[in-house]
Design a binder for this molecule. Structure first.
Ligand code: CMC
Length: 392
């Protein structure tokens, strides 16, 4: 008890200390374990970044190969897990399919329920990194009525995922190295972002000593929302809406400024970045490269560029320090790669997974750890006497 501070949305309250990710929102700085995101984006790869986030250091060559090999060996799903995909409606949104399948992993790996069994935690870590791409690809295949493809472990993680998603059993699948690299880069940029809504959720669920699969499943559900991971799909829906309404960017911006209910400039604004989002700067360059490589003359890109230009010069956005965030351009890239809009948030989840795991592990190793249990300020009725139902 004592003095309780009201802080809706934890705008000013730190819930933990963390060694993983550093953000300076005013300066537009993002670092994983001290390494600037720009350097990791240019020089590293997603497996290496996953290792860095989870274990705190860049791997040696041998550590890297062992880690990649362990992940490779665990890409298969239990055959019985495949039946889950048949239980969902064909047009199911893939995010709840993903979170349900991850939740179900707790039933297949019951040895891993103890979060303090270090060997099991290592195994669950690898299983999740290896299986989430397979689960995601199966969710996609189910939605389009195509057969599942088993993982091909001669391929790297991202290549394998692309092949399981877009390939067919009887045909060789040519994985385009430029696409693989672009998706790998997007995964790196999404890999961690300190105490965002889904990561805080993973920590909160894990603080009750729930196992890693249960905690990650909860994180996936938090990511589903349009103000968080769902924003990448919402951006594309917004651009499509503007396009089908006759490309009137000015009219849309006015609706945003008039605060019409439910109308926000999706892909703009961030709780922490108030200058620019360094991930958006890297992504914009990738968007140009990928879209020109795929010869995607997407009219939506034009609208996005116009929106960005207009918003950056408008007092409403300037006063509120609203800049493009990571999600503003990712949707256009994912669309050009062939992913349906509904699937974009799944790609965010694949990228964010190592961050969630790193935070869950850090939380459990923290000597200052406590079960998450926020306080509240009660604003309801004072004490009153019960009245029998006939007298109300
Ligand atoms: N379009 C129009 N107005 C906005 C927007 C926007 N995208 N974002 C914030 N505002 C306004 C908001 O109406 C408020 O104005 P006022 O002071 O007049 O009431 C002011 O800016 C401050 O906004 P807030 O909602 O208090 O800020 P927040 O820190 O609580 O919210 C946010 C951050 C990211 C949820 C919000 O900017 C937003 O909804 N953006 C659109 C959704 C989006 O792109 N989300 C992805 C975030 S990055 C990746 C991720 O985390 O998943």
């Amino acid at each position: 008890t004592g003095l309780v501070t009201l802080d809706p949305g934890f705008v000013n309250t730190a819930a933990c200390t963390s060694d993983i990710t550093y953000i300076d929102g005013d300066a537009g700085i993002l670092r994983y374990r001290g390494y600037p995101i720009e350097q990791l984006a240019e020089k590293s790869n997603f497996i290496e970044v996953s290792y860095l986030l989870i274990y705190g250091e860049l791997p040696t060559q041998q550590q890297y190969e062992e880690f990649a090999e362990r992940i490779r060996r665990h890409t298969l799903l239990h055959e019985d897990l495949k039946q889950f995909f048949d239980g969902f409606p064909r047009d199911a949104h893939p995010m709840p399919v993903l979170s349900s399948a991850v939740s179900a992993l707790s039933t297949f790996y019951q040895d891993s329920l103890n979060p303090f069994d270090q060997n099991q935690v290592e195994l669950s870590t690898v299983r999740l990194l290896a299986k989430l791409p397979t689960i995601a690809a199966y969710a996609y295949k189910k939605s389009v009525g195509q057969p599942f493809l088993y993982p091909d472990n001669s391929l790297g993680l991202v290549e394998n995922f692309l092949r399981m998603t877009f390939g067919f059993p009887a045909e060789p699948y040519e994985v385009d190295p430029a696409l693989t690299r672009a998706l790998d880069l997007l995964f790196i940029l999404h890999a961690d972002h300190e105490q965002n809504c889904s990561t805080s959720t993973v920590r909160m669920v894990g603080s009750s000593e729930a196992n890693l699969f249960a905690s990650i499943s909860a994180g996936i559900n938090a990511l589903f929302g349009p103000l968080h991971g769902g924003a990448n799909s919402a951006v594309l829906e917004m651009l499509e809406g503007i396009h089908s309404g006759g490309d009137d960017v000015d009219a849309f911006v006015n609706r945003v400024k008039n605060k019409e209910p439910g109308v926000r400039l999706m892909g703009f604004g961030h709780r922490v970045y108030k200058n620019y989002d360094p991930r958006a700067a890297i992504i914009k360059k990738t968007a140009d490269e990928v879209l020109s490589k795929l010869n995607a003359n997407d009219p939506l890109l034009e609208i996005a560029l116009k929106l960005e230009e207009k918003a950056l010069a408008d007092d409403y956005f300037i006063e509120r320090k609203l800049y493009p965030n990571v999600d503003f351009y990712t949707g256009l890239i994912y669309k050009a790669m062939g992913f349906p809009t509904k699937f974009f948030t799944v790609l965010f989840a694949l990228g964010r997974l190592p961050g969630w795991i790193a935070h869950w592990r850090e939380m459990l190793e923290d000597p200052a750890r406590k079960i998450s249990r926020p306080r509240q300020v009660y604003t309801g009725s004072p004490e009153r006497a019960y009245t029998p139902i006939g007298q109300r």
